[in-house]
Structures are given as C-alpha cells and as structure tokens.
Design a protein around this ligand. Structure first.
Ligand code: SAM
Length: 447
C-alpha cells in the first residue's frame, strides 16, 4: 500500500492524502473489506450502493418467489427443469450477494419501490450487478477473451514496460490483474466505482475462491438457466496490485502519477463527456506517458452531437495533449458465455496515445454543501426544488388515479377539476407520461 499512499490525493480538493486522511477537508476516507473508498462523499455513495444492493436482493427474492409459484402451477417437464434451476439459483445468489457485501451493513429493508425511487446520484441505469457477465467472463469461462485483450495491450507496452499504471473502470479486474502479473510494474491500480466488483476483485486477487450463480442471457438448456460457478484467480496477485473504489472523473491521485492509463470499455459508457475524461487521463500521466483505450466506440447518448465516432475520438485526443495516436481494430467474440445461445461479435478498437502537453481538466465538482453532507442545516427551498416538487406531485396524482377503471379521459377530467390543466391538454400530457412509464417498465430500466 505504501507506493499507492505516495500518490493518493483527496478526490474533493486534490491535496495529498496522509494515510487516507485529507488535512484540507478534515476527512478520513474509509476502507471496506480492505478496499479504500476514495470518493468525494463516502457516506452518500455508501448509502446509494447500499440501496442498490438491497434493491438487488429484493429483486432476487421476488424472482425466486415468482419461479417457485410458476413451478407449483406447471405440469411441463421442460418448464419444471428451467424453473427449479432458476429458483435454486436465485436463492443461492441471494445468499452469496448478501454475504459478499455484508460490510456495507444492511439497513432495515424497505419496499423495492422505495429503493427505486431514491436512487439518485450514481447514474440511474447502473445497477449493482449490471456487469455480471463480465465477472464470469473474467474469472471463470472467458480465458480466450481475456488473453486476447491482455496480449493486445501487453504487446503495445512490451517496448516500454511501465513502472506504474492505472486501469480506470476496471470492472471485475481481470485485465488489470493479468497485465500486472505479466508486466510486473511496481504499482498497478484497479479503479472502479462499483463495490460489488471491487470487493470481488480484492478477494480473488488475494487468493480466495468465490461461489456465485450465473444466469446466462439465453440458456442453452433448462438446467443451465442458473449455473453455480466457482470464481478464482490463477495465482495471488504479485506485490503492488491495488484495488480502490473511486470515480474515474475524480481520480484520487496526484498529477503525473502514472506511466500508463488504461480505460477498457469505458469511454462510451461512462456518464461524462469524453473530452473531460481525456483531460483527467492527461493529468494522471507523466509527460511522455501513454493512454490506452481498448473496447467499443459505440456512444448511445440522448444528444445526437455527443454520439462521437472513432475519428472524432482520435481528434479529441490530439486536442487534449496527446500525440503519436494509433488505433487498430479487430472483430472478436465478446461475453460469449459457453452456456448461452446469445453471444456478440464486437469490433474492438485498441488505441494508444502519448502525452505531450498538459490538458486542464474541468474544475472539480464543488464540494457538497453542509445541509447535504452533514444534514444538520435546513434544506433550502430552492426554486428548482419547488418546481420539482410540483412535478412529483402531478406524477403521483396521475399514478394514484390508475385504478384499473378510469380511462385517460376520466383522468384528464380530474386534472381539470383540480385546476391543474384544461382536460384536452391534460389528456395528451397524461398519454405522453404513461408512454414513458410503459417504456421504462418494458425495458426493465425501473430496476
Ligand atoms: C463496460 S464496463 C467494462 C468493465 C471492464 N473494463 C471490462 O472490460 O470488463 C464499464 C465499467 O466502468 C465502470 N464505471 C462506469 N463509470 C465509472 C466511473 N465514473 N468511475 C469508475 N468506474 C466507472 C462500471 O462500473 C463498469 O465496471
């Protein structure tokens, strides 16, 4: 940990940390299960993840009940095989997930809906187990995919082996681990925002085995609907391998800390502007250090202008202080679970660029005000909060009018009677709102 300690900086103000303590902000950053949590607001992020963890547990419980109920009703042999595999799998995964994250501390469970309503600060689509397939690919069946990624990157780095590197958005961490084992730098940091992934990696890299259940997307048979897997690393990670929980957009390091920054499968999924991410990467690199991107370039942002392609990304890198920019591309299987009928071929881009100039990152996000961070001062009645409260009240009213009997017209009449909107306008507004709700329900985004 000492090499890591030498380069750690406060994710709030950038001051060098002393044993995870910031003298500027007077804050001690916590450690959970040996993983330092170096985020600007550790209690806030912890409670967010705890909510998502409990939502994931509640979801597994309700799936398990649904599978058992369906099992009681079916007389089909094939359905029985599938449903009993699922019911057992959900039960096992519930136990495993509960014990893996137990250091987060379970609060008194609330309804699933309460957790859904309150998830706010992390990107809302990022669930605790969103990257579940990556976990099994990394530590169970995916050696071919993992070796291909490792070989591509280690070939690039072979002529200039790094002394220090960081992998941002490392996921379940196999690439960071493999590169550390083969290149032998003094320090490799695996940085990830999801505690399920950091806790798993910490245990696996330390030599533990972990039992989890995989639910393939399109199981190859009923019995393979839920598969008990034992995850393990080939060996205990060599000295200098560190796992931290942090936000790649507020990396907790002093400037110029690394020879190499790797961002596998991150630029298009991170909830940030690529040019801002590039500036953060630039700041982390020593002069002459290298950034390596490996993964897809498939932006699917709401704003058309933000859906940049590879050529734009290359241009942006040049604009952010990088030179000698090269890229290659190969079509390869991706998350190709052997027990699933579903698999993808992705065109995987590998891009390398050398830092030649400084790029200035956007100013740090402001510290959270005391009324949020400490919770003792009154919450200010901001105009934006008041209008949000009105919006929420109207949404709540619409949802409360759904009783299985009223039509859209009936609901619009209530809106008019409550002097919220003329009924003709209300009808189309309610229709638009319910289309959105239906879309969310169908896409599963609610979880
Ligand atoms: C598509 S996955 C790729 C994971 C891994 N690099 C791999 O190749 O398997 C993107 C990862 O980035 C992480 N991530 C997203 N936003 C992040 C952020 N702001 N800071 C750190 N990690 C982030 C996600 O939790 C997820 O593990």
């Amino acid at each position: 940990m000492s090499k890591l300690n030498d380069i750690l900086a406060c994710p709030r103000c950038g001051t060098a940390l002393q044993a995870l303590h910031c003298n500027g902000c007077q804050i001690d950053y916590p450690t959970h299960d040996g993983v330092p949590w170096l985020v600007a607001d550790p209690p806030g992020i912890r409670s967010e993840w705890r909510n998502r963890w409990q939502a994931a547990l509640a979801d597994l419980e309700s799936r398990q009940k649904a599978a058992r109920d369906a099992l009681d009703r079916t007389s089909s042999t094939a359905a029985t095989e599938r449903l009993s595999s699922l019911a057992d799998g959900y039960t096992h995964q519930h136990h495993a997930l509960r014990s893996l994250l137990s250091s987060l501390g379970l609060a008194r469970p609330a309804d699933l809906e309460t957790y859904l309503a309150l998830k706010t600060r992390l990107p809302s689509q990022m669930g605790l187990t969103s990257y579940q397939a990556n976990v099994f690919r990394d530590w169970c069946w995916g050696d071919t995919e993992s070796s291909a990624s490792h070989d591509t990157i280690s070939n690039l780095l072979a002529p200039m082996p790094p002394e220090s590197m960081v992998v941002l958005g490392a996921g379940a961490g196999r690439l960071a681990y493999d590169l550390h084992q083969s290149l032998g730098p003094d320090l490799s940091v695996s940085l990830e925002i999801n505690p399920y992934l950091t806790m798993l990696l910490k245990r696996l890299a330390g030599g533990d085995n972990v039992d989890l259940t995989e639910f393939p997307l399109a199981p190859s048979s009923g019995a393979r609907s839920a598969i008990r897997r034992t995850l393990s690393a080939p060996a205990v990670a060599a000295e200098g391998f560190e796992v931290i929980l942090a936000d790649a957009m507020r990396p907790p390091f002093l400037p110029a800390s690394f020879d190499v920054v790797i961002t596998p499968w991150l630029v298009d999924v991170i909830d940030a502007e690529p040019r801002e991410l590039l500036a953060e990467i630039n700041q982390l690199l020593k002069p002459g250090g290298h950034w390596i991107y490996h993964g897809s370039v498939g932006f699917t942002r709401a704003q058309v202008a933000e859906n940049i392609n590879l050529e734009e990304l290359l241009e942006m890198a040049a604009d952010r202080g990088f030179t000698d920019i090269s890229s290659t591309e190969r079509a390869s299987p991706y998350l190709d679970c052997p027990d699933s009928r579903h698999g993808r071929i992705e065109s995987i881009v590998t891009m390398m660029a050398k830092k030649v100039e400084e790029a200035v990152p956007a100013s740090r996000h402001q510290n959270l005000p005391d009324w949020i961070a400490k919770g003792r001062a009154p919450v200010p009645a901001l105009a934006s909060f008041r209008s949000q409260a009105m919006v929420t009240r109207i949404h709540a009213l619409i949802m409360s009018l759904i009783d299985g009997k009223r039509t859209l017209k009936d609901m619009a009449e209530v809106m008019e009677a409550q002097q919220l909107m003329p009924k003709d306008e209300a009808e189309s507004a309610i229709r638009g709102f319910l289309i959105k709700m239906l879309d969310e329900a169908r896409s599963g985004r609610a979880l």
